[in-house]
Design a protein. Sequence first.
Length: 539
Amino acid sequence: MFRLMRKRPSRGARTPAVHQLVPRLAWGDAVGNQVRYLQALLQAWGHPSDIFADQWDDACREQTRPATLLPRAMGPGDLLLVHHSFQSRLVPLLRRTPGRKALVYHNITPSRLFEGFDRKLALACSAAREELLALQPLMERAYAYSHFSAEELQAAEYPAVSVLPFAVDWRAFDVAPDETLKAGLQEDGCVNILFVGRAVPSKRIDDVMRVFAAYQRLYQPHSRLIIAGYLNRETPYGAHLLGVKETLASERVRFLGRISAAQLSACYATATVYLSMSRHEGFGVPLLEAMHRNVPVVAYGAAAVPETLGGAGITTLSHEPEAIAQVLAVLERRKDLRQRLIAGQQERLRALGQEQVAAQVREGLRPFLEGQPPPPPDLPAASVELVCPTLSRWPEAPLSRLALRLASSLPGSRLLTLHPAPASGPSELKGDGSMWRFMPDQPLPPHASGPLPGSSSLEMALRRSRAPVVFLGADTQVAQAALPSVVSRAWGVREPSDAPGPISQLGPRLLTLNPTAPEITVVPLLEALAAFRRNPDHE
């Protein structure tokens, strides 16, 4: 894996240990690779460093100590990096573990992406976000691997949030290809479209298949889709994928399942394009692997994908099969464009060299390692949370205008909206209010009338807040996802054209906007909020 020169600790005071805690140490996954990389760095800097885990793969047995030993292993002045990406049930253990602690956040897949396919996994993701809130008071600092993830930590009011670069061991990709598989994928001259990843609902492999079907039908009949990654055919999503394949009547969709490193090299060596339609990536290592192997990348711009690509490859804002199929066709036919794309991808990879990354990680961890006190929190509590996803991009939309009108009438209110670029926190408005722009989990639609995506960060801010909440746009994913956590202190405003949905449970606290006479909505809403703030325990 990562090879770093070990530095001898100087004589004198004991160098504090910097241990790590991870729920499960797995061999070959992105989280496990980062944990081992950080351990190698910390040891090279002279810090004793062990990895503690609740579970581990057999291949990691010699690298892991049981998490139950952690409270006794932490000595005076020792530090702990706590990795979080899934439900862990380790919060009670951490509460009784001494020492200074910092969170390393790898992001959590939104539970809504598993709905209809895997209820157990959806519940586990929801529980992981509850743990993210429970961990906050235990942490001195917090780190993330993207600004997208860092924004959620800021929304949860973690102290001193920083972004670390993601480390990749490029040598692990340089495995000679399996010649038998390589020949089989080349001999018929097919154009090969590749996706690598586990078959889980958030990866939207069914959308990859629909794009391929459109590409094969409209542009290149002599093409093949290769899907490399674990597929459980007995799960609802596995059965769904097989059903989609049958519906599309495509004989050239190949599910390879789990494959060796040599077989994976053969897939990349024969790929014309790497295609991802994933709806959530905390980082997305296969995107970088494809770039490293000179395969052009086309990826739906969800979550941290645009940050990972860093302007390289092609990030799509649409998931319409015909539109993306056209992009694939252009890349196949325009060799000059293909070469320019590959050159841009190589430029992006140069910024992720191991020496640069190690220096950036050391600088990022330095305040924690040196014991610098984190800055005091500077996020004032809001009097009212006004949630209007359309406001930042479409300020003239009826609900956006209503949001601004309410903000001007509610001192100390905070407007929460969606915006594609990251922000460092709330910005002040004229008067006595603020606006906080949050990144959406998926690209915003071109028009305000389109379906608006959710935002894990915005939803986290509402869960952390104790102020009353007004949803301006009652049928949005943000409202539907956040409502269960805030229903006792929530109101909603819907447009007449909005379809009834889960937010209808607000009953009399759900108002309908009259665009020609907005005061019919504003006056009773202001009166209700004033009454609630006088007596918040009475609904």
